[in-house]
Design a protein. Structure first.
Length: 205
């Protein structure tokens, strides 16, 4: 029982008291139900992978967004994590595609551009299909630093005199400074995307 308790306690946001409740709950279930629970967890880890284009979760090479022909591949929303995709999709206000960075630049945590999915993002720009990029990162110092770094990489990828400069925008500040996207209500988040503003405007302030 101690081994099971220790494993559950490793889950994010789960302390030993919550872990104990989970273990006791499983002990009340039938052996078949517990076997099914274990099989589902094992299958989740073995079958779920990351999309080869955007790094969203997928059951095959492409996620459900990237494989949807109705989505606008020219509009890319850059997010920190898969949780942000779920939050944005719940608004039903966005019909573009995504790029999951897998984090944000945070020197104090030892996270630099090399630890993020930045190079694949730059390659998507160089491929020439992207027309607009929405930076939907948390409005924290780390988030703003990451947006500025990506903006510079976008300009480098396009060269000094691009034929058609990319539109780079950020979500409107309906999301309070310091807030995480996944905790924003759907109405506020949806409006923030629809009323996005050119990133260059924030550089002029």
């Amino acid at each position: 029982m101690d081994d099971a308790l220790n494993e559950f306690a490793k889950l994010p946001g789960i302390g030993r008291r919550s872990a104990l409740r989970m273990v006791l709950h499983l002990l009340k279930q039938s052996p078949e139900e517990v076997r099914q629970f274990g099989a589902v967890i094992t299958r989740l880890r073995e079958e779920i992978q990351y999309c080869t284009i955007c790094f969203n979760i997928a059951e095959g090479p492409l996620c459900s967004v990237c494989s949807d022909s109705r989505r606008d591949v020219g509009l890319v929303c850059v997010v920190e994590s898969i949780r942000d995709i779920i939050a944005i999709e719940n608004t039903q206000q966005y019909r573009g595609v995504y790029h999951v960075l897998g984090g944000i630049i945070s020197p104090i945590d030892g996270i630099g551009p090399g630890e993020l999915n930045v190079e694949s993002f730059v390659e998507r720009i160089r491929a020439g299909l992207v027309q607009e990029i929405i930076m939907a990162l948390s409005s924290t110092m780390e988030g703003d630093t990451t947006v500025f770094y990506l903006y510079r990489r976008i300009k480098e990828a396009q060269g000094e005199h691009p034929k058609q400069p990319l539109k780079v925008s950020t979500i409107a500040r309906g999301i309070s400074v310091g807030d995480e996207l996944e905790y924003a209500d759907e109405l506020t988040l949806g409006r923030s995307i629809l009323h996005r503003i050119p990133y260059e405007n924030s550089l002029m302030r």
